[in-house]
Design a protein around this ligand. Sequence first.
Ligand SMILES: Nc1ncnc2c1ncn2[C@@H]1O[C@H](COP(=O)(O)OP(=O)(O)OP(=O)(O)O)[C@@H](O)[C@H]1O
Length: 303
Amino acid sequence: MADTALEIDDVSKRYGEVVALDSVSFDVRPGELFGFVGSNGAGKTTTMRIALGVLSADAGQVRFGGAPVTHETRSRIGYMPEERGLYPKMKVLDQLVYLAQLHGMTANAAHTSAENWIARLGLKERRTEEVQKLSLGNQQRVQLAAALVHDPVVLVLDEPFSGLDPLAVDVMSQVLREKAATGVPVVFSSHQLDLVQRLCDRVGIIRDGRMVAVGTVPELTASGASRINVSVPSAAPGWASGLPGTTVVAEDGERTVIELAPGTDDQTVLAAALATGPVREFSRQTASLSDLFRNVVTEEKPA
Ligand SMILES: Nc1ncnc2c1ncn2[C@@H]1O[C@H](COP(=O)(O)OP(=O)(O)OP(=O)(O)O)[C@@H](O)[C@H]1O
């Protein structure tokens, strides 16, 4: 089942009067790390639970490798639920071995895999401790191990980075990258947009149960306005005002931030800057997922 995509196709879900998902579609391609972002209550957990099959959709379909997700496929998904869900009194190693066997591994294979992930995730000294006695961050590492221990062909992780220290964030990031590099589609939700931008191949933004953007960050930010930072020490204040196709968004001492309307040639701005005297800095601001997110979640809703 390697090299197959996870497809969420036109999925809708209501909880009574609440429309949690309204025709949500996106796909997570083989080998891809896909970041799923949205405000609180936007519908991420609901989508992921439906993808896993622990919740049924009212309409639409989830497919893996082109076929609807079945009980068999489901057992090959690695899932990290938001509410977590380990057995608190079970010891780390026992728990992982048990979960791997539950997913169909032999006792030997389960043991080997559990020990591998324990080592990989820095849990060796904790392997015989009860999960409930671990710190939250370490519990989360165990939770990741639980999602990986049965060698899943798809990974669906609900906020795997929340509450992790920077070192654990690095470990988690590396593991997810490595897993994707083996051809597995990996989707995770997160509110840490800088991290999502750094780590993910593509992102999907959900708002009030509807997908409002799907693509790479450069694709999603390409059509919007871009900003440049200009530093002109000898310019008079207001030197940039009135340049066609531009808006001055900040002026702080010698530094001016100028927003270019789509299609505006930045060389016109450079020429105007040079006309004031020496130019110390002239650089484009990298478009950020945070800016894009703010724009799409605060836009007026379509009628
Ligand atoms: N069991 C439930 N019963 C009723 N409404 C629910 C239930 N679960 C979720 N909802 C509602 O469905 C919508 C989507 O919730 P969901 O948990 O999927 O959002 P989310 O994007 O994961 O949010 P968060 O970032 O806060 O985890 C919300 O309006 C939520 O209140």
